[in-house]
Design a protein around this ligand. Structure first.
Ligand SMILES: Cc1cc2nc3c(=O)[nH]c(=O)nc-3n(C[C@H](O)[C@H](O)[C@H](O)COP(=O)(O)OP(=O)(O)OC[C@H]3O[C@@H](n4cnc5c(N)ncnc54)[C@H](O)[C@@H]3O)c2cc1C
Length: 507
């Protein structure tokens, strides 16, 4: 079965005796039953359901030339700008279904990144790496696997390179190479959805030099490989999931992140894509980051929709929906949401052809998308708090609402307009609280796919300031060396495009 159902995915991850996952100090084997992880598993499951549900089926599937069959789009290699736009649209729709991060994009972006980088490597003579990757890709597509993308290292002292760190394992490194494979030790941090995955694709997190070659490592392994330990992180309000309620513990769908420890882990050679080839790390990081930054224009816009809807409903519940300032705030939220989405779509439709049937996002638009996402969700959240009222931070618990001694009072005093009950209000308030102030909308929006400074570095690399200055000098009537070309944008070529040209992949 190439396109799995959500149920098939659940079955597959419920039975993993070798997996080593810790939640709040205790080991967990069945992630599908654990209250802390179940919401995250359900979000992951939505990516499988999307390939079967009527409204998402077309976006949720793609045709694989490797298998000559239909596959789940989350394991697809983008073959056109329309494919890239379909990614952004699918992510927006899935946010509507989950109200959370559904965690499957990092693995998807990792596959597309390795596809381009190993194609470059093949052009430069390393055809065996490309062959290994294609075999792995087919395996993933054929089995419709749930992948994590593990790039971010522990990183120790940020301004030191991997080889300069006092802690030699601050970045994941190769400790031994044998004829059969490599051994690695170190850790990857903040890895989205990892406990709910079947495989993880591991990539280097920064550009490296020859002195860092032990750290230039990329590979894929099953999540339950011996020596891999996953420590699931805490989140705001996470203990509510351990309660047996259905209003306060609302995140039936949610996401999690984990610290992944590699304790002398063996990776067989057929799963190794980089082992010391430091010269590809800069390009790899640039390609991955741009793919991941583009996607945020879809999923965060989708979460924006959920918050806009909840805010409009709450305004009705308390009878302020017609007030001009309320309308104006909802309009502002729409503007912020649609701006993020527009940038994601622009990054897709102005895509860059990197090789035959393989497309990368537009790097400038993709970086702009993520920078907007680093700013706008906090503004949207502020407006939603304004419209929801203080109750969003002070509401009584669902246990109070259900307590016979309190129920009548709370029902009376929490109710606003007659068409709604106190429970209607409490449910919507909890939704605003969980989505607008949750990790996916606030913290991931800032740091996911790189902190804001990383995007600003890309703007200044990609924007041709000299060209803009020469244009200005000409218009001001000063001596100018401007050379107009057919290109509208004052953009320089990215490092990755230059590498692809040098490798003979693109003209
Ligand atoms: C919710 C969430 C989900 C994530 N999911 C994934 C995932 O699935 N896979 C994955 O690989 N990663 C994931 N990440 C990690 C993400 O890519 C990193 O958080 C991001 O790259 C920032 O790294 P950091 O967290 O180590 O922050 P830091 O590097 O500690 O950044 C803190 C500050 O220091 C600054 N800084 C850092 N280095 C330097 C320097 N050399 N010079 C000057 N300033 C510097 C930054 O700009 C920032 O302002 C996720 C992160 C979050 C929050």
């Amino acid at each position: 079965m190439v396109v799995r159902t959500g149920e098939q995915y659940l079955q597959s991850i419920s039975n993993r005796s070798k997996v080593e996952i810790y939640v709040m100090g205790r080991e967990v084997k069945d992630v599908t039953k654990h209250p802390f992880l179940k919401p995250s598993v359900m979000s992951f499951k939505a990516t499988f359901d999307a390939a079967w549900e009527e409204d998402t089926k077309e976006l949720g599937r793609a045709w694989s030339p490797y298998l000559e069959e239909e596959i789940n789009r989350f394991n697809h290699i983008h073959r056109s700008p329309d494919d890239l736009a379909a990614k952004v649209k699918l992510l927006r729709k899935l946010s509507h279904k989950t109200g959370a991060c559904f965690q499957r994009c990092v693995g998807w972006d990792s596959l597309n990144t390795l596809h381009i980088v190993t194609t470059m490597m093949a052009k430069k003579g390393k055809t065996e790496v490309r062959d290994r990757f294609v075999e792995y890709l087919k395996y993933v597509q054929k089995n419709d696997l749930a992948l994590a993308g593990a790039m971010t290292d522990a990183k120790g002292i940020r301004n030191l390179k991997p080889s300069q760190q006092p802690n030699k394992n601050a970045y994941l490194r190769i400790t031994e190479v044998t004829k059969d494979g490599i051994y690695v030790s170190g850790a990857k941090a903040n890895i989205t959805g990892v406990a709910a995955t079947e495989e993880m694709v591991v990539l280097p997190t920064r550009a490296m030099g020859p002195e860092d070659k032990d750290y230039a490592v990329a590979f894929a392994i099953p999540t339950d490989t011996e020596g891999v330990k996953i420590v699931v992180g805490r989140q705001l309000n996470d203990a509510r999931r351990m309660e047996e309620g259905e209003i306060d513990g609302l995140p039936y769908f949610y996401n999690h992140e984990g610290l992944v420890i590699f304790d002398n882990v063996f990776v067989p050679m057929n799963r190794v894509f980089l082992a010391g080839e430091w010269e590809y790390t800069g390009t790899l990081v640039e390609i991955f980051s741009a793919y991941h930054r583009q996607g945020y224009g879809g999923c965060k816009a989708g979460l924006g929709d959920v918050i806009i809807g909840a805010s409009a409903d709450l305004a009705k519940q308390i009878g302020v929906d017609r007030a001009s300032h309320v309308q104006d705030k909802l309009t502002e939220m729409i503007f912020l949401t649609e701006t993020m989405y527009s940038a994601g779509i622009a990054a897709s439709l102005n895509a860059v052809k990197m090789c035959d049937n393989c497309w990368w996002v537009n790097p400038m638009h993709a970086n702009v998308t993520k920078h907007l996402v680093a700013r706008f969700p906090s503004q949207i959240a502020q407006l939603s708090i304004d419209l929801a009222g203080g109750i969003v931070g002070t509401a009584p618990s669902e246990w109070d609402l259900k307590n016979p001694k309190l129920k009548e009072y709370i029902s009376r005093y929490l109710q606003g307009a007659e068409d709604f009950t106190a429970e209607d209000r409490l449910r919507m308030v909890r939704l605003v609280e969980n989505v607008s102030m949750g990790v996916a909308f606030q913290i991931e929006s800032v740091h996911g796919a790189g902190s804001p400074a990383a995007q600003r570095i890309m703007f200044s690399r990609l924007y041709d300031l000299n060209f803009a200055q020469e244009v200005a000098k000409k218009l001001a009537g000063r001596k100018s060396e401007v050379k107009f070309t057919s290109k509208a944008e004052p953009w320089r070529e990215s490092q990755s495009e230059a590498e692809a040209k040098e490798a003979g992949l693109k003209s």
